[in-house]
Design a binder for this molecule. Sequence first.
Ligand code: PBG
Length: 326
Amino acid sequence: MPYPRQRPRRLRRTETWRRMVRETRLSPDDLVYPLFVVHGEGVRSQVPTMPGVFQLSIDLLVEEAAEAYELGIPAVILFGIPEHKDAQGSEGYSADGVVPRAARALKRAVPDLQVWADVCLCEYTDHGHCGLLTESGEVDNDSTLPLLARAAVVYAQAGSDVVAPSDMMDGRVGAVRRALDEHQLDQVPIVSYAAKYASAFYGPFRDAAHSTPAFGDRRAYQMDPANAIEALREVALDVDEGADIVMVKPAGPYLDVVRRVRETVTVPVAAYQVSGEYSLIKAAGANGWVDERRVALESLVGIRRAGADIIVTYFAKDAARWLAEG
Ligand code: PBG
């Protein structure tokens, strides 16, 4: 019968106490800011389903990234929107593609800002799937691997500090690691989207990246939202194949997975607060139904508390500003 000897409220009474006993801290150091890059100049086109998120041409992308860096955010992750899409997703692994161009420009303008390059074909294929299709319309694992590896090499050669395969093909981390090593890119880490779920929370992103599958869905390669043990198997395989950091995605609805992964691996764990998580908070905030700032920060602290070392979030710049304001 601890009460009245024990009174947990004693350590909550003042902000000074709360500051001293706080278990989880959120800092701009933990955040990665996603950016959508398009061809052209002077383009800043609002993504309708993601207020505050824009498709940017490289000139404006550099400004946006520099602002993020000024706010203390150490890294951005790039998603490219190509000029032309085709069945093979060719712009995805062309040295002249929009992502390598952006990486070169960013490294020139803001050398200390880390550039992460998402590696996937879905933004580049006309069918919108993450790999090559067989005649029967299945996504073919093994013929896709060399293309992903090529994309990773091209992005790294353009100066990307990190490559982040998000396609969910089996064996892609190993294929990417071997290709990087063969090209003297052994110092480029791989952040693998190891536990990536077939989630409805990606809806707004597919608007932003024009990557909605033309037919079917991604359930034959992304994970079933009902599974958590399988996530442990996915991360174990990726670490074995050479992943330096493993990512869980989405974040908020999968905090149990973040926690279990954190307790299982010894590499850093990242979590991706995806477009739908962002847009839900934005929409409710805009309606006056919730306090956007407090809900956003609470969602980020929750992801950290679950065990994520790094959070990819569209709120990165806002969060950095809010944290600076205290
Ligand atoms: C590409 C990719 C997706 C996201 C990140 N990389 C979309 C998808 O798998 O359809 C989603 C990010 C988000 O929703 O914010 N493979």
